[in-house]
Design a protein around this ligand. Structure first.
Ligand code: NDP
Ligand code: 2IT
Length: 444
């Protein structure tokens, strides 16, 4: 058995009941095989892969808070400090009822390679809670965030571990978390990113993940003598990543015809009116269904199946494993040519293989959605310097970072004779820097 296969089996045996973590590890190890085989003896001796798949630390804690009826609620809180070889732990916090250790370990593992690809000095981490902010009052969200941070503050710091947003954690939550961190520690420092502009946030951070996804799409298209202009696009989700992917892809001349949330999807053949989506989601915290009630000519369909709409480009920006083999087959049959992942691991392994084998340019999330964390790292730089860059400066840096990630991924795939296999390219390019740093720092 090869070294990568052995380590995968060990991960499955030693981490029972964690299917998402197994899936993320499998994708990476399968991709690394071509690179590992050449130096197998050295990597085995150093147990490089065994160290890579084991988080440096998992912190798990109780989060008690009082709801609006005066009843005490208890949630689980976590921070997975996965790998600090190239910088302080960096990665988002997810608040969603499905959050568990498996999901956060998969996200922390992915984050390590993603952060490496940005070229910036940030290690990998992820955290969150099974708390559901949906339907909660602002006071309840604040009570939860304060309790969560009371515990988390013991383990984070501007040079130690810097959380940010993810599903269910946006500007409101980051504000409450930051206030409590400052109150407990007395430190006004860049301990969180995605902060508001009045207290240390960076311009363009809100837009960065979605914009970055589209900058990546643009690079892939250009590399194949194609262009975004005139394309028909589906963007799944209607949260932070989805909204700004729609904004940028529309600005570059494409037409987005469908979006969704976890209840259902909207189809608007005239092209999505993003102002309406922003009002529903960012202002009213409502459901995507309301779009069809407000925009004539659009249709709402309850449930999944957004991939049944024909498109040239599919940007999954909602959640893990949202696109399965059936969906992938339907996309290919409908003529889809590009799948660029805004979400983390939204495509199952089977669906990924099917897309790649059927002529779809497929860019994995760890490369495509890295613009968010990269801009978080730019926020950290600005906080350390006590300076703020203009929107144009940050956007230009973000664009440069995405162009550079595409180059690295493309070159790594070609180096191993697997041109256009961006999964292999992203994993190998991300792995190389982390491993160099781990080797240099000895057995830690
Ligand atoms: P948000 O909470 O802002 O939005 C999530 C969106 O996805 C919502 O519209 C939500 O709908 C939808 N969604 C969630 N679960 C499902 C489901 N099962 N089926 C259909 N839709 C669903 O989160 P973000 O936009 O920040 O994150 C989206 C993805 O992007 C995640 O995978 C995240 O890890 C990833 N990501 C985020 C980054 C960031 O900077 N925010 C950076 C890089 C990656 P509903 O309201 O019904 O729950
Ligand atoms: O998955 C991700 O990269 C994020 N949720 C953003 C992390 C960050 O630290 O900005």
């Amino acid at each position: 058995m090869s070294y990568t296969e052995e380590v995968y089996e060990r991960v499955v045996a030693q981490n029972p009941g964690e299917p998402e973590f197994h899936q993320a590890v499998k994708e990476v190890l399968d991709s690394l095989k071509v690179a590992i085989d050449a130096n197998e003896e050295e990597y085995r001796k150093l147990s490089i892969l065994e160290r890579l798949v084991e988080p440096e630390r998992i912190i798990s804690f109780r989060v008690p808070w009082v709801d609006d009826k005066g009843v005490v609620q208890v949630n689980k809180g976590y921070r997975i400090q996965f790998n600090s070889a190239i910088g302080p732990y960096k990665g988002g916090l997810r608040f969603h009822p499905t959050v568990n250790q498996s999901i956060l370990k998969f996200l922390g593992f992915e984050q390590t390679f993603k952060n490496s690809l940005t070229g910036l000095p940030i290690g990998g981490g992820k955290g969150g809670s099974n708390f559901d902010p949906k339907g909660k009052s602002d006071r309840e969200v604040m009570a939860f965030c304060q309790s969560f941070m009371t515990e988390l503050s013991k383990y984070i710091g501007a040079d130690e571990d810097v959380p940010a947003g993810d599903i269910g954690v946006g500007g409101r939550e980051i504000g409450f978390l930051y206030g409590q961190y400052k109150r407990i520690t007395g430190l006004y420092e860049g301990v969180l990113t995605g902060k508001g502009l009045t207290y240390g946030g960076s311009l363009i951070r809100t837009q960065a993940t979605g914009y970055g996804v589209v900058y990546m799409l643009d690079e892939i298209a250009k590399a194949h003598n194609d262009s975004i202009s005139g394309k028909t696009v589906i963007v799944t989700g209607s949260g932070n990543v989805a909204i700004y992917a729609v904004e940028k892809v529309t600005a570059l001349g494409a037409k987005v015809v469908a979006m969704c949330d976890s209840n259902g999807y909207i189809y608007d053949p005239a092209g999505i009116n993003l102002d309406v989506v922003k009002d529903i989601k960012e202002v009213k915290r409502g459901r995507i269904k309301e779009y069809a009630e407000r925009v004539a000519g659009s249709v709402y369909t309850e449930g999944t199946g957004i991939w049944n709409i024909k498109c040239d480009v599919y940007l999954p920006c909602a959640t893990q494993n949202e696109l399965s083999l059936d969906g992938a087959k339907t996309l290919v049959a409908g003529g889809c040519k590009y799948v660029v992942e805004g979400a983390n691991m939204p495509t199952t392994l089977e669906a990924t293989t099917y897309l790649q084998e059927n002529g779809v340019y497929f860019m994995p999330g760890k490369a495509a959605n890295a613009g968010g964390v990269a801009t978080s790292a730019l926020e950290m730089s600005q906080n350390s310097m006590r300076l703020s860059w203009s929107a144009e400066e940050v956007d230009e840096k973000l664009h440069g970072i995405m162009v550079n990630i595409f180059k690295k991924v493309d070159e790594a795939s070609k180096k191993y004779g697997l041109a256009d296999n961006y999964v292999v390219g992203a994993n190998i390019a991300g792995f190389e820097k982390v491993v160099e740093a781990m080797k240099a720092q000895g057995i830690v």
